[in-house]
Ligand binder design. Structure first.
Ligand code: ADE
Length: 239
């Protein structure tokens, strides 16, 4: 898979590419990552990418010509073109899973007051990473690229993302490591028992409990399995 980020600030992505799991994925050629600067597609000698808003008002607006020409230069038939804005559909784990199956993901970062509205005619979808406003789309593009790259084959062990929060519609179960007792707080016995079936059942139950406590909205549309029903019943009687 290839990810191309269109931005005015490619340097934003330097440490992203040079650190930890993303660096290893790039070194092992599990993903290709590139940044392209809109400014390289300007036609005037001042390399102007933005202009004042028509109708007046604060800030600057990214102009159609450099953005669309830049996009055209990197786009192919296999590309999915995603614009990052606070007005987009909220990014979720299932969006990351969908993006991870694409050949080529193009992420358009805005800056200043945003994009000229007509640029929306050249994209496939608009994504927001949450209901807040960033100074630009770069932070959001990094979030999206990170969530997608870690799902690619070979980047991390497959089993670790099967248990991710949201992967199965539930939050992840609690995790512990040594020491077995820390400041009087002990690791649950079942996790030390070596009994794999009991551990799996305990984890599923705790995932359900956490999701009910922290994110009951995630359970609204859920179709529970027989085992999940039984675990929920057990929890009711615990109270
Ligand atoms: N650009 C500015 N704010 C954003 C957000 N919340 N999500 C995606 N892109 C953005």
């Amino acid at each position: 898979m290839k990810i191309t980020v269109l931005t005015l600030f490619p340097e934003f992505f330097d440490s992203f590419q040079a650190t930890s799991i993303i660096k290893r994925a790039l070194d092992n050629h599990l993903v290709t990552f590139e940044t392209v600067n809109y400014r390289d597609y300007t036609l005037d000698k001042h390399h102007k990418v933005d202009d004042t808003p028509c109708g007046g008002g604060q800030g600057m607006v990214l102009m159609c010509q450099p953005i669309v020409d830049c996009l055209r230069a990197v786009k192919s038939e296999d590309s999915l073109v995603v614009m990052l804005t606070p007005q987009g559909t909220t990014f979720q784990q299932k969006t990351a899973q969908e993006f991870s199956k694409k050949e080529h993901l193009i992420l358009l970062c805005g800056h200043y007051e945003g994009f000229d509205e007509r640029i929306r005619d050249y994209i496939d979808m608009e994504i927001s990473i949450g209901d807040f406003v960033l100074t630009g789309g770069e932070g959001a593009a990094m979030v999206v690229a990170d969530a997608v790259i870690r799902l690619l084959d070979g980047v991390i062990q497959e089993e670790s993302h099967q248990d991710d929060s949201f992967a199965n519609g539930l939050l992840e179960y609690p995790q512990y490591t040594r020491p077995i007792v820390y400041e009087g707080k002990a690791v649950p016995d079942v996790l030390l028992s070596g009994h794999h079936a009991n551990i799996r059942r305990w984890r599923l139950k705790e995932s359900l409990r956490r999701t009910m406590q922290k994110r009951p909205d995630l359970l609204k549309e859920r179709i529970f399995t027989k085992e999940e029903h039984a675990l929920m019943e057990e929890m009711k009687h615990e109270k």
